[in-house]
Design a protein around this ligand. Structure first.
Ligand SMILES: [Zn+2]
Length: 123
C-alpha cells in the first residue's frame, strides 16, 4: 500500500496536522489499522489516558512474571498486571506478544495501568 503524507483536522481542537508516511508505517508495523486519525497527536495522547475502553497491541506479556505492556496507538506503553486480564480459561493464552486487545485505564499507586484486558477477534 503506497503511503503519502495526508492533512487531517482534529475533531476535538480543530488543529490541522499531517498524518505522515512515517506515522503510517509505524502504525502498520505495530499491527494497527492505518486510517487517518480523527484526533491530533496531543488530543490523542490525552484521549488515550481517559478511562476508555481503548484498543491497543500487546508489546509483551510474561505469564511467569505476571505482567506486560500494551502499546497505544500514539506509541505510548501502558503497564498491565495479570490481575488486569479480563478473560479466563484458554482465552488467557491469547494475551500474548502482538495480540490486539481492548482495555480500560485505571489509576494505580504506580501510575495508570490497563485493566479489563481482553483479546480482540482478528478480522
Ligand atoms: Zn486536537
Amino acid at each position: 500500500m503506497p503511503y503519502r503524507d495526508t492533512w487531517a483536522t482534529c475533531e476535538k481542537c480543530g488543529k490541522q496536522f499531517i498524518f505522515t508516511v512515517e506515522e503510517q508505517r509505524r502504525l502498520d508495523n505495530l499491527g494497527f489499522e492505518v486510517t487517518v486519525p480523527s484526533l491530533c497527536p496531543d488530543c490523542m495522547r490525552a484521549e488515550e489516558m481517559s478511562p476508555g475502553p481503548h484498543e491497543g497491541v500487546v508489546k509483551w506479556y510474561d505469564p511467569d512474571k505476571g505482567y506486560g505492556f500494551i502499546i497505544q496507538r500514539s506509541g505510548n506503553e501502558i503497564f498491565f498486571h495479570r490481575s488486569g486480564i479480563g478473560v479466563t480459561g484458554p482465552d488467557r493464552l491469547r494475551i500474548k506478544d502482538g495480540a490486539k486487545v481492548s482495555y480500560r485505564i485505571e489509576p494505580s499507586g504506580k501510575g495508570p495501568q490497563a485493566v479489563d484486558v481482553v483479546p480482540l477477534d482478528e478480522a
